[in-house]
Design a protein around this ligand. Sequence first.
Ligand code: AMP
Length: 176
Amino acid sequence: MAKLETDVKRAIRTIPDYPKRGIPFKDLTTLWRNGRLTRRVTDALLKRWKGVKLDKIVGIEARGFIVGAPLADRLGIGFVPARKVGKLPATKVSVNYELEYGRQGLEMHSDSVSKGDRVLVVDDLLATGGTSKAAATLVERLGGKVVGFAFVTELRSLKGRRKLAGYEVYSIAKYD
Ligand code: AMP
């Protein structure tokens, strides 16, 4: 296992049965409070996507903002939030999807992505892939092209990559 992956896994705290029984919740706040390690995570994401032409990063509320915004800044491109229902004030597009624990909606401002924009979708964690797929649906509905997905962690047993088949998917710390 790469040194970064080992360090990230060591820094992440797992909370059993949160928010529901049977869910091992990966708490990344214990990673983000470590500035040096967080910088190494951003560096790794930057290295993976630096050579790829990108116009926007779409970060998924809320933890995708923490990962996506610094990466957008480092890449010198714009950041667009994909938010839970009812949070965005202007004209928007919406989609509903199944989550590992329940049903959820996701929204983006209609003018946040332009036709032809090349977009990287970012979140803290890939589980079933439902949330990321929903974000891709919104981007594509606005005429953008999803170039790939970037995550800090991935729960492989939930087979999120299957739902994102056909797209580039990158994650740093993989759990079986
Ligand atoms: P999914 O749509 O199933 O891929 O779920 C991914 C989204 O739900 C991300 O925004 C994660 O932050 C959150 N999430 C799902 N499962 C977990 C988990 N076990 N630990 C932490 N976050 C999770």
